[in-house]
Design a protein around this ligand. Sequence first.
Ligand SMILES: Nc1nc2c(c(=O)[nH]1)N[C@H]1C(S)=C(S)[C@@H](COP(=O)(O)O)O[C@H]1N2
Ligand SMILES: [Mo]
Length: 526
Amino acid sequence: MQTPPQTPPNALVAPSDRGSAERVRVAAAGLAAATLGVGAAELVAALIAPEASPFAVIGGGLIDLAPAWAKDTAIALFGTADKVALLVGIGVVLAAVAALAGVVERRISGLGATMFGVLGAVAVLVALTRANPGPYAWVPGIVAGGVSAFVLRLLIRRLRPIVGVAPDPDDRRRFLLWTGGVAAAGVVSLLIGNAARGASRSLEAVRKALTLPKPTTAAAAVPSGAELDLPGLAPVVTPTEQFYRIDTALVVPRVDPADWSLRIHGMVDREVVVIWDELLSLPMTESYVTLSCVSNEVGGSLIGNARWLGYPLRELLARAGVQSDADMVLSTSADGFTASSPIEALTDDRDALLAIGMNGAPLTLEHGFPARMVVPGLYGYVSATKWVTELEVTRFDRAMGYWTPRGWSDHGPIKLQSRIDVPRDGRTVVAGETMIAGMGWFPHTGVAGVEVRVDGGSWQAADLATGISDDTWVQWSMPWSAQVGEHSIECRAIGADGDTQTEQRAAPAPDGAQGWHRIDVTVGPA
Ligand SMILES: Nc1nc2c(c(=O)[nH]1)N[C@H]1C(S)=C(S)[C@@H](COP(=O)(O)O)O[C@H]1N2
Ligand SMILES: [Mo]
């Protein structure tokens, strides 16, 4: 030793510093142990139980517990990145608990490890209570708890001689080697798990290999004049990759058409089960339908319009024979989501479809492959069940859809709305002749007109583009001589039923946002 013998070890380190340095080291050990535990669990999940990834099941459980205001806030804050935000949030909480477990384990041997064991048990419990748990759904949680508890004990025992003293360079190297090695192994298993999950992309290959049947009832061509083609204005038909995605699924459900079936039961004369090959042989209808999310704020973008290919739900329901006192269909997806749709919307003459195609291709995995519902005039949460596997004919006084007990209305007709796309809110516009343009919608009723006013002046009729149908949104535009200064622009739609879009503001919960969309722009000199 080169340390002068008369100097006691650690004489230069105050006891409190020593304590906090030790805490940092045992916390790092806790983090490393948790990383390896979670990494191993995600890897095992990717291989044998994709639906039971601990991150996915805990996130899914949290999503299911969230009331309407929480969903609203998450979507308002993060938009369609709400899932990433949730996963990051879970990671941060987990990291904090793991660090704490390290500190606790150092104080009371076995207690930190027990904390990990309990977390693993919670993951097992949650995994088993999710919809359709596979036979191995319990394994990833056991692996997460077991591995992290074991490794934490090992690390703390290993580090015991190191953590208590100010480490000399040798000890520091040993510490880094152990915790760093464990953490790196965890990260590597996470990466391999991710890659393995990607490799099970074979379902994407199945999807790509599918040839959709030609529609027996084709959608009329989009009329010329439906697409104004103005820069900044939403296209009248939304490309699939731009179509908003909203659902409670942290991991996209993987439903192989070969295993898929739709069961229609409940208040019916006879139960009906349709399998994939049979569905493909049925006469298909194609139709443009605008789908909107109830969480869409005034002026928001959680709305899109696509050409859907599918089999009319009224035909399927007629096969089963709906009993006369039924008033609702509860549709269920492979991942347990449910929606309550009023039966008349599925049985009247509108194109309520069991859809298999979107914009000329099979549904993408995110948008419900292999089959989903699309119902003109209803918000997605009460109608557009993706990965749909079951229709229960029932009554509103007997059953509820997923979002109803969480604070949303059991009925969800899409409200009469309009929005300004051009100019963008808050932008600076060059003075002179320019265009104001946007979208208006009142699916299944239709839009008769849109009015615009500038700076609170009088309402003027905008030019309405040709609509595709009453089930779709419609573009509108209005020329504007923009004068230098600050300006506000508002719009309101007029429904085909004569109603004018209300000024009365309402939040998305419980049954959809409403109010006039208003933007503020600065007009600068040319
Ligand atoms: N299985 C399932 N289907 C679902 C949902 C869901 O959470 N799970 N969300 C619904 C909601 S709230 C909306 S707005 C639409 C969105 O459909 P999209 O993601 O294809 O745009 O899907 C509906 N179908
Ligand atoms: Mo939604």
